[in-house]
Design a protein around this ligand. Structure first.
Ligand SMILES: NC(=O)c1ccc[n+]([C@@H]2O[C@H](COP(=O)([O-])OP(=O)(O)OC[C@H]3O[C@@H](n4cnc5c(N)ncnc54)[C@H](O)[C@@H]3O)[C@@H](O)[C@H]2O)c1
Length: 459
């Protein structure tokens, strides 16, 4: 295996995990971030994010001398053979992806390349951020513009799209054992170089402390730039739509007296459908699905195409969050003067990410309707209360439930799944409603414990 000099720009959920995993499989990696405090923390081994297994992975890379951290992007771009762009692409006001961070990095790479003069091999600039179709060409243009600004526009580089599919909460595992690696480029040579870089993952030849290995080999999909960029949006749009689909079915189940959990199990056994992403509840959130579906809708509209199915997926999702409030209103009547406990605040378990977390919107709505809201989360309660000051942080689920008239399961952390209904009921006030936004608890056990259980699509 050839050892590459790699720079990864952006040390967040994607960049830091990618950098740590590339170091683990044997490359020399420098993670770059413009946030100097984040860099200083990482240099001391302090993690900026919560991601299972990441801290150990970073510590291992640092002590082996394979992984370092810096804020000096130009210095890294000059030395590296491959530069990954893994910066955030947040939604702009109109829903389209804001590419200003990607653009700043691309220009800076161009300037660095220009100043470095001739190279032995072209620099491979890999776009790992989720970006609209056409961004590969946009990045090429900006690298060249940056180089021209620095006085030498004839720089040697290739742009590659390498969309990321890791899931927060299992990001390290997903990076080492991915379902596939997707690469898009117009240059065969660049694709071959990327194959070489990823070889230990594709062939699963790196040392793994896991027996048996979950994967024998990883499919390596090569395509053109636009198709690679589209694969990322299409994957997230499909998954979001799948969740909205089961939520639509759940709502109909409630009307006709069917149980969506049985329905999901029954349809999920069909190999064409599959069992995953069929959990009904309060819907999708997080830093990816809302922004990526919104960016894809915005791309379609640029071409005067109405993305009706995607629009519907978003509408169903918005309605699910409102259903939490309706279910509470149905049982509590007025929310004024009522105390509601939110159990789990991050957008899903095993992450500290609160971007577009349903909990924050639910807390805002509840408090605008006069309720007092207490939120429990094993890792993000303090940060959630900072972002949503109407929310009082609790550091234990039972502390959140003390004196509450109702509770909402927002995120199915293990600590929430394993809640003791009888203990919860003993701490709560009448009518002791439990709205299970993830259908994560056993309705019968909750009822026996003294809770008024309300799930989604459950008879
Ligand atoms: N988080 C996920 O689960 C996930 C999964 C797949 C794809 N993605 C995509 O990957 C990209 C990164 O997402 P993330 O969640 O890692 O973001 P993040 O916000 O966690 O991290 C981004 C990092 O980039 C840094 N940064 C921004 N501009 C910079 C610049 N000019 N120079 C150097 N550093 C800069 C920020 O300081 C931050 O540390 C996004 O496009 C996202 O859509 C994210």
């Amino acid at each position: 295996m050839r050892e590459f000099d790699v720079a990864v720009v952006g040390s967040g959920y994607v960049g830091l995990v990618t950098g740590a995993c590339l170091a683990y499989i044997g490359h020399r990696v420098t993670c770059v971030d413009k946030n100097e405090r984040r860099v200083a923390d990482l240099q001391r081994g302090k993690m900026p994010i919560y991601e299972p297994g990441l801290e150990e992975m970073v510590a291992r890379g640092r002590s082996a001398g394979q992984l370092r951290f810096t804020a000096d992007l130009p210095g890294c771009a000059r030395e590296a053979e491959v530069v990954f762009i893994a910066v955030d692409t947040p939604p702009g006001e109109d829903g389209s992806a804001d590419l200003s961070n990607v653009a700043a990095v691309a220009r800076s790479i161009g300037r660095a390349l220009s100043e470095a003069g001739e190279r032995e091999r072209p620099l491979i600039v890999v776009n790992k951020s989720t970006v609209p179709v056409g961004s590969g060409d946009y990045v090429s243009m900006l690298v060249r513009e940056g180089a021209e600004e620095a006085g030498n526009g004839s720089v040697d580089f290739r742009v590659v799209s390498n969309p990321e599919f890791l899931r927060e909460g299992s990001a390290v595992y997903d990076s080492l054992f991915p379902d596939r690696i997707v690469l898009g480029a117009e240059s065969r040579e660049a694709l071959d170089t990327m194959r070489e870089l990823y070889e230990p993952i594709i062939e699963q030849s790196f040392p793994a402390e896991m027996d048996p290995r979950p994967k024998a080999a990883v499919p390596f999909v090569t395509t053109d730039l636009a198709s690679a960029e589209m694969i990322k949006y299409a994957a997230n749009a499909f998954l979001a739509t799948k969740i909205s689909f089961i939520n639509e079915i759940a709502n109909i189940c409630e009307l006709v007296g069917a149980d969506v959990s049985s329905v999901a199990y029954g349809i999920g056994l069909d190999g064409r459908i599959g069992p995953r992403f069929l959990s009904a509840g309060i819907g999708w959130g997080g830093s990816c699905f809302p922004k990526d579906v919104s960016a894809l809708r915005s791309i379609a509209r640029e071409y005067d195409y109405e993305p009706l199915l995607l629009d519907a997926a978003v509408c169903v999702n918005e309605r699910q969050r409102k259903q939490v409030i309706s279910k509470l209103q149905r049982e509590l009547h007025t929310l004024k003067g009522k105390r509601v406990a939110l159990l789990g605040l991050t957008f899903k378990p095993n992450t500290d990410d609160l971007r577009e977390a349903p909990s924050l919107e639910i807390a805002r709505t509840l408090s605008s309707l006069g309720a007092r809201v207490v939120g429990y989360d094993p890792v993000a309660a303090k940060e959630a209360a900072r972002l949503q000051p109407e929310l009082k942080a609790a550091f234990d689920p039972y502390e959140a439930l003390r004196g509450a008239h109702a509770a909402v399961v927002v995120t199915e952390w293990e600590e929430v799944r394993s809640l003791d209904p009888a203990r919860a009921a003993s701490l709560m006030e009448e009518p002791r409603v439990l709205v299970d936004g993830r259908n994560a608890l056993d309705p019968e056990r909750c009822r026996r414990g003294g809770l008024l259980y309300r799930g989604f699509g459950r008879a």
